[in-house]
Design a protein around this ligand. Sequence first.
Ligand code: URA
Length: 205
Amino acid sequence: EIAPDQGSAGPTGLPAIAEAARACRACPLWEQATQTVPGEGPADARLMVVGEQPGDLEDIAGKPFVGPAGAVFDRALAEAGVGRERAYVTNAVKHFKFEPRGKRRIHKRPSVGEIHACRSWLERELETVDPEVVVMLGASAAQAVLGRAVAVTRERGRPFRLPDGRWGVIATHPSYILRLQTEAEKEAAFAALVHDLRTAGGLVG
Ligand code: URA
């Protein structure tokens, strides 16, 4: 029997994209992870936020940014006056990559190859939601959206046009803030994240 033709673009509509992503075998990360973690938010969101990959708690919950990084993200959004419920929140890579260490699962950064393998899901989310503004949280998100290595500290906070005409804003990843050593460093990086999210929110027409 011949399978119904889905067209070269594959599934469309957020639930169909999420469903298809559950069966993704484009890279080996699915083997270790509990589940695919698709993006979440309104299909007509004007603002899309792209993270790196689900963490330990996201992998279990099946939802993006619900763990410690999510708490920082939520606090920064609130301070920036951007309602999370109005944003579409997703990740560059949709499976949790980790290294087992005893009972713990230690986050491992996705490779450029893994980011590339996952890219078609992000593209479909972008096409479907069609946001005006795309926030890239950290280097992996920027690599996914821009297709190049980015020095976040140098390029963050300054809006620029993406090739498809949308606004792009690079910002510091919340997990990076959590890993900083001193309170002063954390406060400064958090203030920068709030600033960049406010900038992004202000670009929504
Ligand atoms: N970090 C991310 O980049 N994404 C999540 O969903 C959670 C933590």
